[in-house]
Structure formats: structure tokens, C-alpha cells
Design a binder for this molecule. Structure first.
Ligand code: AHR
Length: 507
């Protein structure tokens, strides 16, 4: 058995890890809002109808930021339908998900929920049926102190103080042919620029000024789009000086019908890394072309595993249909772990990311109407990364072997190494994509005298194992014995076949 050697040095920093890479996403879709975070009358709901059992799980997951209200939903959403007296709010058709939107939960409820859950809001504005004026009016409602129609309406409806929302997504997936009133890159770039200018004027601060709001323009909605990466270049050429981020979205799926189903799926994180590298290059290209000193980062604000072939079982045009309720397998969890590593290993350019989504809809948390809430398999790697993957990512060099996939050759042992100078901890996140046990030597000399504080493994003989309401604990992280650290700097561990491992050292 040949040993994989991984070398990491504290002086070779990739970049500071922005806590917002542990963000998530909540869309008016299926049972994400209704029966997910909001269920008046549920035994665990507070007086506002917010499920406290779900909030407790979100806190455990460690999510600092949530993007809302969509997603495809936002491109047909009139935010004015979701404010004011609930008894006067109108139900509307949601064309994105062929559902009925009752508008019982809207902007004010979301802001209140964020406050209770300790979450930073990221609001998306409608660039489909919506105009720059609609976006400005929402901005005025949410962020302007008082003395105007919409700010005073907010004061009357819900909150004397403005909410001070900092993060604003300028539309959603406007390159997607499925998007309500989708646009070509040129038209979207112009519309996004005009919208951001109006919001900046309302904010009365420049793009790089301290305390200014931050914008995210829509990048390609996935790397297989025929318009990628040209879309990103054109949009950035229009918007570079006003925006702070360009978005990336990507979902992967296990396809039993593909040529090498397992290898192709396990290669996903490799593909995600290459996708990030291309968008980074596009940002750099436009920056150079503009002779600009302004920095634009990536907001990877939708990422996950999603079985998009799952049949729809609910009738259309109902409130909160059971749709996109993927059950995550142990196999999904392995790929998910690699995707987290890809985000960490690009900490210099990915400064926000949203796991899509948070509750019930392609989510780490599932609820039952009137019942309990469970953690899916993917909950666990996210929880460890968000809790301990803090500080900065350091570059790692590996001798790992590779395997072939539809995305090219990917590492058999995928790694990310983080260093938190505040807690004096070094964390190593490892995915073993090999069917065999794999010995690994971690050479961490530059950190000084290390001792292993925690050794967590998620392993399972059944790739299809899932956590369900009947068996919520089928896939769980296990505490193992701390690994030996030879000479205070070389740790040795044997990774179980097809497994996820987390190691925490302190010095
Ligand atoms: O997260 C589900 C959907 O995926 C979102 O609504 C959309 O933005 C993406 O296509």
C-alpha cells in the first residue's frame, strides 16, 4: 500500500476564509419557508410561527448568512405582495415552481426571523419581471431610515429602524432559459448596472467605501451552459466597477446511466475547482482591461448535490408542495465534502457561498409538518467545516493518486488544510474516493509542536445509506482515537475506504 504524503506550510497562505462562505439559501419553493422555517401552530413554533427546533439545527449547522427569497422564484416575485396586514395579502401564481404563493411570509417576516436566528440577510431583487425602480423601492423600504413613502411604510408595518441589509443579489440566473424574463448577457449587464447605480445613490456610498452595501451580479448558472464563460465576461465588462461579487451556481448529480457513474460523480469537486479558476481568470481579465484597482470576488451562492431527474409527485398549483425533497446518501456526502474543500481551497477569491438550500428543499435539514426535524448526511461535513474551517486556508501539496472521470483526472484523496492563528489550530479535511483503505502522512512541520485534538470519520459500507425520519442516525460522524503526531509535526492516519475525515490539531 503506497502512502499519500500531504505537505502544508503556514507561510503559504491561499487566503483568509470569509465566514460568509458558510452561508445558505432559502427560497419560496416547496416546503422551505412554509412547513420549513415557518409553521404557525407547530408545537415548537414561537408566537411569530418560527420553528425553534429548526432554528436550533441551523445554529448547530453554523450558518452565518442566508440568501432570500430566490432563486427562480424571485424573477416573478413582487415584494409588495409580501408586506402589510397578513389578512390583506394576496395569493399569487408562482410560475417558477408551478405553485401557489400565499404571501403569508415576506420581507418583514424574513428580517425578523434572521434577527432571531442570528443570521445576516442577503436579499435578491427581481431582474425578471421586476424593474430597477422596483429594486430601488425595496431598498428604500428595507434600508432607508424614514421620511419617504416606503421607509415610513416599513415603520408602520414592522420596524421603526431600517434593517441595514448589506448584501444584495441583482437578480438570479438571468442566463437560464428557464428564468422568468431571462435576458442575454448584454441586456442583463446594462440592466444590472443601472439598478446598482440607483441603489448606490440611495446608499450614498461608493462601491469600495467602508460600510457600503455589496452587490452580486449574476454569473453563469452552471459550467455546462453554452453561454459560459462568455456570459461572465460580458456581464463583468458592463458592471465591474459597481459590483463586489459575481455569482457562481453549480449542482452535481449521481447519474446511474452515465458511463462510469461513480467516478463521474466523484469527479464533481474537481470540476467545481476548474469552474472557479475560470471565473477567477475572467474577473482578472476584465480588471486588467479596465485598468482597475477595484476588486471583485466570487459569491458561490448556490452549490449542492441535486437529483434533477427526480419525478414530481405533487399536483401543481398548491401551497408548499413536496418538491425537491432530495434524500442525501452517503455517496452524496462524499462529493459534498469535496465541494466544501473546493470552496476552502479558493478562499482568496470565493468570499461568499450559499449551500442551496437550507430546509426541506435540497437541504441538510428536513422537517415533518407538525412533527420533528432531522439532519441529512450532508449536514455533518458542513457543520465541521463551518465550526472549524476558520482563519485562513493554506496551500497543500499532495502525492495523491488520481482517477479518471468525465471531468478529467481527479485526486483520489482530496484535501483542504486550514489554519486559525487565533485558536492556534490546524484542521485537515480529507475525502477518500478510493475503494481501499489509504494511509496518509501529513507533514505539518511549520506549525510547531502539534497534538491531535479531534479525529472524526464518516464511513459506511452502503453508498446509498440515508438518514430518514424512521432511521435518522444511519450516517453519523464517529469520534476516533487522536492520530499519532511523530516528532510533533508528522501525523499519520489511515483513511477508511470511501470516507470523509476531519482532523483537528493544536499547537
Ligand atoms: O435551488 C433551486 C434552483 O436552482 C434555484 O431556484 C435556481 O436559482 C437554480 O436553478
Amino acid at each position: 500500500m503506497s502512502k499519500t504524503k500531504i505537505f502544508a506550510d503556514k507561510n503559504l497562505k491561499i487566503g483568509a476564509i470569509d465566514q460568509n462562505i458558510y452561508g445558505s439559501f432559502l427560497e419560496h419553493l416547496g416546503r422551505a419557508v412554509y412547513e420549513g422555517i415557518y409553521e404557525p401552530g407547530h408545537p415548537a413554533a414561537d408566537k411569530d410561527g418560527f420553528r425553534e427546533d429548526v432554528i436550533a439545527l441551523i445554529r448547530e449547522l453554523g450558518v452565518p448568512l442566508v440568501r432570500y427569497p430566490g432563486g427562480n422564484f424571485v424573477s416573478g416575485y413582487d415584494w409588495k405582495d409580501g408586506i402589510g396586514k397578513k389578512s390583506e395579502r394576496k395569493a399569487r401564481l408562482d410560475l417558477a415552481w408551478a405553485s401557489v404563493e400565499p404571501n403569508e411570509f415576506g420581507t418583514d417576516e424574513f428580517m425578523k426571523w434572521c434577527k432571531k436566528a442570528g443570521i445576516e440577510p442577503m436579499l435578491a431583487v427581481n431582474m425578471g419581471t421586476g424593474t430597477p425602480k422596483d429594486a430601488l423601492e425595496l431598498f428604500e423600504y428595507v434600508n432607508h431610515p424614514s421620511g419617504t413613502y416606503y421607509s415610513d411604510l416599513r415603520r408602520k408595518n414592522a420596524s421603526e429602524k431600517p434593517y441595514g441589509v448589506k448584501y444584495w443579489c441583482i437578480g438570479n440566473e438571468m442566463d437560464g432559459p428557464w428564468q422568468i424574463c431571462g435576458l442575454d448577457a448584454d441586456s442583463y449587464g446594462k440592466k444590472a448596472l443601472q439598478t446598482m447605480r440607483m441603489l448606490r445613490w440611495a446608499d450614498a456610498k461608493k462601491a469600495d467605501e467602508e460600510g457600503a452595501v455589496k452587490f452580486v451580479v449574476c454569473g453563469s448558472c452552471h459550467a455546462q451552459m453554452p453561454t459560459y464563460p462568455e456570459w461572465d465576461r460580458v456581464v463583468l465588462e458592463h458592471t465591474y466597477e459597481e459590483t463586489n461579487y459575481i455569482s457562481m451556481h453549480q449542482y452535481y448529480q449521481y447519474k446511474p446511466s452515465s458511463k462510469d457513474p461513480l467516478e463521474d460523480f466523484l469527479g464533481s469537486a474537481h470540476n467545481m475547482s476548474e469552474f472557479i479558476d475560470t471565473v477567477r481568470s475572467t474577473i482578472n481579465y476584465v480588471r486588467a482591461k479596465n485598468r482597475s484597482s477595484h476588486k471583485v470576488y466570487i459569491s458561490f451562492d448556490e452549490w449542492n448535490i441535486w437529483s434533477q431527474d427526480a419525478p414530481r409527485t405533487e399536483p401543481n398549483w398548491v401551497k408548499a408542495p413536496h418538491i425537491l425533497e432530495d434524500q442525501y446518501t452517503f455517496r452524496d456526502m462524499l462529493v459534498f465534502g469535496g465541494m466544501l474543500n473546493a470552496l476552502l481551497n479558493h478562499a482568496d477569491v470565493v468570499k461568499a457561498a450559499c449551500l442551496a438550500q437550507l430546509v426541506n428543499v435540497i437541504a441538510p435539514i428536513m422537517t415533518k409538518k407538525g412533527g420533528g426535524a432531522i439532519r441529512q448526511t450532508t449536514f455533518y461535513p458542513f457543520r465541521y467545516a463551518s465550526r472549524y474551517g476558520r482563519g485562513e486556508t493554506v496551500r497543500s501539496i499532495t502525492t495523491s493518486g488520481t482517477f479518471g472521470s468525465m471531468y478529467g483526472d481527479a485526486k483520489l484523496i482530496d484535501e483542504a488544510v486550514t489554519h486559525n492563528p487565533e485558536t492556534r489550530e490546524v484542521c485537515v479535511f480529507l475525502c477518500n474516493y478510493s475503494q481501499k483503505a489509504e494511509p496518509v502522512e501529513l507533514e505539518l512541520r511549520s506549525f510547531g509542536d502539534l497534538s491531535c485534538k479531534e479525529h472524526i470519520v464518516i464511513a459506511n459500507n452502503d453508498l446509498d445509506a440515508c438518514n430518514t425520519f424512521e432511521h435518522p442516525d444511519s450516517v453519523l460522524p464517529e469520534q476516533r482515537e487522536p492520530v499519532p503526531v511523530i516528532g510533533g509535526s508528522t501525523a499519520e492516519v489511515t483513511l477508511a475506504p470511501m470516507s470523509w475525515t476531519f482532523l483537528r490539531f493544536s499547537y
